[in-house]
Ligand binder design. Structure first.
Ligand code: OAD
Length: 246
């Protein structure tokens, strides 16, 4: 089936969906200039994930890991939502306007969905605008503006870390529970700009399939779930998503 015909089918499904769950990954922010992880030249090619995105890596070199995140924060502070983020915020307004519900589950830590106006967002991998203490319960939203090279906790003086989920760590419990509920209860599910290989987040796609939701993928390249979803749309999210709302 041609992409145009698939877009037409997906548009009709979207127009009648009442309970939508949407999973987004780094690809949705690519057109905003935010780097992805696993594409050629991606973040995990230049810096090994086990040194940057694990508690062990951070303990071994807090200033080095912070330096990497300062660079990410700088990139994200400059980034603006693209047409895909804007389309999802628009879709949420339409769905809620007709008495439905849209839950936006994002693996992204860039805050661009909120900047675009989405409201019902679950940040299952945390937010890079937030920091937390490595020792006590202190947590703070500091935004994306530059911060001290090695920030320390105002309560206990231990080093602060980015409040994002690293490999081997549990996902934020409330956000994860709500994400699972949304995927089990949805009648339509979109997976956008994610390689669909990082669990448990990728498992949400299988949950939605098992719940008999209509499933649509938007990605520039095939992924392990492309053959499992009802409609796999190949192309940039910033081009395809606005077409689905026309
Ligand atoms: P990846 O870098 O693994 O995958 C990005 C996906 O986006 C790929 O499948 C690309 O083909 C696709 N893509 C790129 N540009 C696109 C565009 N313009 N439109 C649509 N799709 C596009 O990123 P994630 O799947 O988000 O976790 O990675 C998942 C997690 O792994 C991240 O949250 C991060 C990472 O390690 C942690 O750090 C815990």
């Amino acid at each position: 089936m041609s992409n145009d015909r698939k877009i037409h089918r997906a548009r009709r499904l979207l127009a009648s969906a009442r309970r939508l769950a949407v999973l987004t990954g780094a690809g949705i922010s690519a057109e905003s200039g935010v780097a992805t992880f696993r594409q050629p030249g991606g973040l995990w090619e230049a810096a090994p994930a086990d040194q940057i995105a694990t508690a062990e890596g951070f303990t071994a070199d807090p200033p080095g890991v912070w330096q990497w995140y300062h660079e990410r924060r700088r990139e994200m502070a400059a980034a603006r939502p693209n047409a895909a983020h804007v389309a999802l915020a628009d879709l949420e307004r339409r769905v809620t306007g007709r008495g439905g519900e849209l839950t936006l589950i994002t693996q992204n830590v860039d805050g661009l969905h909120a900047k675009a106006g989405s409201r019902n967002i679950l940040h299952v991998h945390g937010c890079l605008a937030d920091v937390r203490c490595t020792h006590c319960e202190f947590r703070q939203r500091v935004g994306m503006e530059p911060i001290e090279d090695l920030p320390t906790c105002p309560r206990c003086q231990a080093v602060l870390r980015p409040d994002v989920v690293w490999f081997g760590e549990p996902l934020p419990a409330d956000a994860w529970r709500s994400a699972v509920q949304a995927c089990e209860a949805c009648d339509m599910f979109l997976t956008i700009g994610t390689s669909a290989i990082v669990y448990p987040a990728a498992g949400l796609i299988e949950l939605a399939i098992d719940a008999d939701a209509k499933t649509v993928e938007i990605n520039v390249a095939p992924t392990p779930v492309s053959g499992l979803v009802d409609i796999a749309l190949q192309g940039p999210a910033g081009e395809i998503l606005p077409k689905l709302l026309q």
